[in-house]
Ligand binder design. Structure first.
Ligand SMILES: Cc1ncc(COP(=O)(O)O)c(C=O)c1O
Length: 368
């Protein structure tokens, strides 16, 4: 029993803490396997850009100094890169922190926060953290059900999280669906379009959130340096929104929230077109393999869609619980042939997954 339970805020007991995956070394020991690749957090399998590493090396001697709280150089570089005024940009210790700051700035206790079932695990956490009421919209065929979102809008809805492409299912909200939702939602409701995987989206129906900011001033677009730029360990993400929204978020933002090395690395990584191209290339190769393997319809077991599979054996993870893919799968993989059944071991239970056949493809299943 926790000694401080009686003096803690009641609302924190509604929060289910985020369960991180075990460190790779731990899983190797537990399962007696080697060369594990962890797919759970969608980290970049190629590592960070060399330009970012070199820029950080030069700056290491300055870590006795606080970082620039205004994120001057990165703000300037991103403003040019995105063709967005500097005062429409905000930065966080990962885009995760910006999600938290948005909830702090806008959601009063009891106000409703809408998000999809099977979406990013942090949305319920930031909602409960400010004593908001989570309204979870059931997924439809692993996709955000936009009509379901519209049906659940009320005069208490303060914040909506749309994850596009969605983690963990990899599906997208199309341009038409997005516009339909934005036309239905009250301008007093803040809509966060979480585009952590923006750069990976290939489908031409995919809406680029930045293009809609003028039309919908209540929209906030979030992106990150954690995924395609391979800088997850540095914790740096950014948001783009109306300058008045940025101003409000700035009031709840802790000073110096983006560290010195992260700012330097992000400026350098933005310039590294080759690293980005290679990352997209390896991701597409991984997707091709996984789709062919029939894993596509088994979203509840893992979330491997944004990483390439390069070595064997492979370690999948579903909501913080380890899944070890039996080496047998990769025997076939190495020879570019696929078995009719895959076996997955998940928490001591072995699952058999039939191979994906194109004829089974659902028209409703729009993947990025
Ligand atoms: C959909 C989505 N949004 C946001 C994040 C947070 O990214 P970060 O805080 O590293 O920028 C993640 C990370 O897994 C994610 O999957």
């Amino acid at each position: 029993m926790n000694k401080f339970i009686n003096i803690a805020k009641k609302s924190i007991f509604n929060i289910t803490p985020y369960v991180p995956g075990k460190p790779i070394e731990e899983v190797e020991r537990e399962y007696k396997i080697k060369n594990i690749i962890k797919l759970a957090s969608n980290e970049n399998p190629l590592g960070p850009s060399k330009l970012a590493i070199n820029a950080m090396k030069k700056k290491l001697k300055d870590v006795n100094l606080y970082p620039d709280s205004s994120v001057y150089y990165l703000r300037n570089a991103l403003s040019k890169y995105l063709k967005i005024p500097e005062n429409m940009l905000m930065f966080g210790n990962g885009s995760n922190e910006i999600e938290q700051l948005i909830a702090e700035a806008f959601v009063n206790p009891g106000e409703e926060v809408l998000f999809s079932e099977l979406s990013f695990v942090v949305y319920p956490i930031v909602t409960e953290n400010v004593s908001g009421k989570a309204v979870i919209v059931p997924h439809r065929n692993f996709r955000h059900d936009i009509d379901g979102f519209i049906d659940r809008l009320s005069n208490k809805t303060k914040l909506v999280f749309l994850c596009n492409p969605n983690n963990p299912t990899g599906t997208i909200i199309t341009k038409n669906e997005f516009k339909k939702f934005m036309s239905a939602v009250n301008s007093r409701t803040i809509v966060v379009l979480d585009e952590a995987y923006f750069e990976y989206a290939r489908c031409k129906d995919y809406p680029d959130g930045i293009r809609y900011l003028k039309e919908y001033p209540n929209l906030i677009v979030l992106r990150t340096f954690s995924k395609i730029y391979g800088l997850a360990g540095l914790r740096i993400g950014y948001g783009i929104a109306d300058k008045d929204i940025v101003n409000l978020i700035d009031r709840v933002r802790p000073p110096f929230n983006v560290n010195l090395l992260a700012q330097i690395a992000a400026v350098a990584a933005l310039k590294d077109k080759t690293h980005m191209k290679n990352t997209i290339g390896i991701n597409n190769a991984g997707k091709k393999f996984l789709y062919a393997a029939g894993i596509r319809f088994q979203q509840h077991l893992y979330r491997p869609l944004f990483n390439a599979v390069r070595k064997t054996p492979c370690f999948f993870e579903g909501h913080g619980k380890p899944v070890h893919v039996k080496t047998r799968v990769f025997f076939f993989c190495r020879f570019h042939k696929f078995p009719d059944i895959f076996r997955f071991q998940y928490e001591k239970q072995v699952y058999r997954i039939p191979r994906f056949r194109p004829a089974e493809k659902s028209k409703e299943f729009i993947h990025n």
